[in-house]
Write a protein that binds this ligand. Structure first.
Ligand code: SAM
Length: 283
């Protein structure tokens, strides 16, 4: 096998690796914040890689983007104002804007280059960027939340890279305290929370930090994502008050298409695996 025809993300701590057979590298650059590569693959369309980690592929991004958006938005009774911290590929923004209740969606990514490259190599994810409700900012999400007014947002989605480099602070207590201040009383934060199989300790620390910040009600949801480590990913919802039952009838009646998400998937994603329940007993 000629290994130069494969992109491989190695996970030394888990002693595993994930590979995609590539046609060629379409782009490579070192931005002010991170190393960005774009590949054309044989089976998964285009692939974006940041600092050696898979971010987004044409073929399977819908799992992640739909679950990061619709679970939270259909749990909130009437989401009007949404912030997406990170999310520079614009896929989450596109899903959020499918909700007619949303009046203003701000995407705050630290690195404008991610969005400019997504516009070229993932144009289907960027097709709502000119929606009048969309607002694209290129600054540090930590600063954005620190400077924002109290009680000013219904939903905060943290669609970040792994908790290293510029994204490290997006998993910490000080950041969640600022999110708490900015969220309305019935507001919901949704954090991409890595793999429950490989990163359980990280999820525990993250949930502890959320609790200390006042976001005491939490719910982790699970979904497949084959290009991410272990192929099984999660997102964690957090709120000041108990979650309302999700708006099942509104999902059934929704006037937009999804590839993965529906009312049954939402229900199934709420189910907690035994090892996960045990890890969070009495927590
Ligand atoms: N779905 C992806 C995953 O889980 O691997 C995340 C995709 S998205 C491209 C991640 C984005 O987070 C990147 O564009 C990166 O620039 C952004 N990011 C990292 N740290 C950030 C920060 N402190 N503020 C705002 N955006 C940040």
């Amino acid at each position: 096998m000629n290994t130069s025809q494969w992109f491989t993300e190695q996970l030394p701590n888990a002693e595993t690796a994930f590979s995609l057979k590539i046609k060629n590298r379409l782009h490579e650059e070192q931005s002010a914040f991170q190393h960005i590569e774009i590949y054309s693959t044989h089976g998964f369309g285009n692939l974006m890689v940041i600092d050696g980690c898979t971010m987004v592929s044409t073929r399977d991004n819908f799992f992640y983007h739909e679950m990061m958006s619709h679970v939270g938005l259909f749990t909130h009774p009437n989401p009007k104002k949404v912030w997406i911290i990170g999310g520079g590929d614009c896929g989450t923004l596109k899903e959020v804007l499918k909700h007619s209740t949303v009046e203003h969606a701000v995407q705050i990514d630290i690195d404008e280059r991610v969005t400019r490259l997504a516009e070229i190599y993932f144009p289907e994810l960027c097709e709502s960027n000119n929606d009048p409700r969309a607002d694209l900012k290129f600054i540090d999400g930590i600063k954005w939340v620190k400077d924002a007014a109290p009680n000013s947002v219904d939903i905060i989605i943290i669609d970040s890279t792994d908790p290293v480099g510029p994204a490290e602070g997006l998993f910490g207590e000080n950041f969640y305290k600022d999110c708490y201040r900015c969220l309305a009383d019935d507001g919901i934060l949704i954090q991409q929370s890595e793999s429950a199989l490989l990163h359980l300790t990280l999820i525990k620390e993250m949930r502890q930090a959320m609790t200390h910040s006042g976001l005491t009600h939490q719910q982790t949801v699970f979904f497949p994502q084959c290009i991410y480590p272990s192929g099984w990913w999660s997102a964690t919802l957090a709120s000041k008050q108990a979650f309302m039952p999700f708006r099942e009838q509104d999902i059934i009646n929704k006037e937009f298409n999804t590839e993965y998400y529906n009312e049954d998937i939402h229900k199934a994603a709420l189910a907690q695996p035994e090892f996960f329940k045990k890890a969070f007993q009495n927590k």
